[in-house]
Design a protein around this ligand. Sequence first.
Ligand SMILES: [Zn+2]
Length: 101
Amino acid sequence: MEDLNIPKNLYINVEKLESFLSEKGVSNVCPSCGHDKWVVPNASVVAGGVIPWGTGTGDPYMMGLPVVIMFCANCKLVRNHALLDGLEDVLEERDGAPSGG
Ligand SMILES: [Zn+2]
């Protein structure tokens, strides 16, 4: 069976994410409500998200921009940071997790 080397069981390392954002001077204050607690969805088969690219005609392209999704724990405002230029390092493989399917 061919190994396609598709990463599985990835998750967002929240500590690395906080370090990256802190180094960049990103504020933790929610611009909507002023609270400072953010939630990063991490589930068994979920790591980050994607914003679809468009073709310029209103049609979606087949790929998109990988992002880490965060939402305010108080007012639920959603924000995204592109998983590019070093931030993709917050994606890590789960140790010892089943390979899934
Ligand atoms: Zn908020």
